[in-house]
Design a protein around this ligand. Structure first.
Ligand code: AMP
Length: 224
């Protein structure tokens, strides 16, 4: 298999970022997370950031045309030529179609869409306790993965905060948006034969092992 073009798929709080960290070091692939890119734009106060913030704070999706342009530019960069890990994109059918078109223009395709499955009640439990450091976005959970000192990042000493969109009413909204607008892509990719399901309620190391096994199988299938 020459390139590994992966999409990490699933509801907010499924553990996509955690798995992406592990897969990045396994396969030396660039990690492209549209949520992180948007938050960086908000922080820097760019025009895109200013436009996106209002949608993000409400738990709504940022309009397709803004996202598609941002993602297309990033996917065209040199480091993504041998593969990539996408997280948080695509999130609508229009985005998925735009991605397919862009890849086919480059004679490329998605290798696999890894659906990390987690029920809503677990998403709510995870996101409402999530804390992130202001400096680098390191993640903690008040019950399952607390920092050594309250509200201080173990890794860089910066302050821990709750993301604006991890407030309870915004979490509910993000879940509704996920089920309405993003979940239909499960069928879209299943019909293309590239969807693979993973039980995201298992511990992170087990989820990682499962994903590695899936990728190994894909590589074998490609070789035969
Ligand atoms: P995330 O960190 O992936 O949960 O994304 C945080 C927020 O950024 C989402 O709730 C959306 O408002 C916005 N966002 C991220 N990726 C996309 C996307 N592909 N399409 C639309 N909005 C997005």
């Amino acid at each position: 298999m020459s390139e590994l073009n992966l999409i990490l798929f699933g509801p907010p709080g499924a553990g996509k970022g955690t798995q992406a960290d592990r897969l990045r070091s396994d396969f030396q692939l660039p990690y492209i997370a549209t949520g992180d890119m948007l938050r960086a734009n908000v922080k820097e106060g760019t025009e895109l950031g200013q436009q996106a913030k209002q949608y993000m704070d409400r738990g709504d999706l940022v309009p397709d045309e803004l996202i598609v342009a941002m993602a297309a530019e990033r996917l065209g960069e040199d480091d993504a030529l041998d593969g990539f890990i996408l997280d948080g994109f695509p999130r609508t059918t229009e985005q998925a179609e735009a991605l397919d078109k862009q890849l086919s223009r480059m004679s490329r395709r998605i290798t696999a869409v890894l659906l990390i499955d987690v029920p809503d009640r677990e998403v709510i439990r995870r996101l409402s306790g999530r804390r992130v450091c202001v400096k680098a976005g390191h993640n903690y959970h008040v019950d399952f993965d607390p920092p050594k000192h309250d509200d201080v990042c173990d890794q860089d000493g910066s302050r821990l905060v709750q993301r604006d969109d991890d407030q309870p009413e915004v979490i509910e909204k993000r879940l509704v948006v996920y089920h309405d607008q993003t979940e239909p892509l499960v069928d879209y990719y299943d019909q293309q034969g590239i969807l693979r399901r993973v039980d995201g309620t298992r511990p992170p190391a087990e989820v990682h092992d499962h994903i590695r096994a899936l990728i190994a199988t894909l590589r074998l299938e490609e070789d035969v």
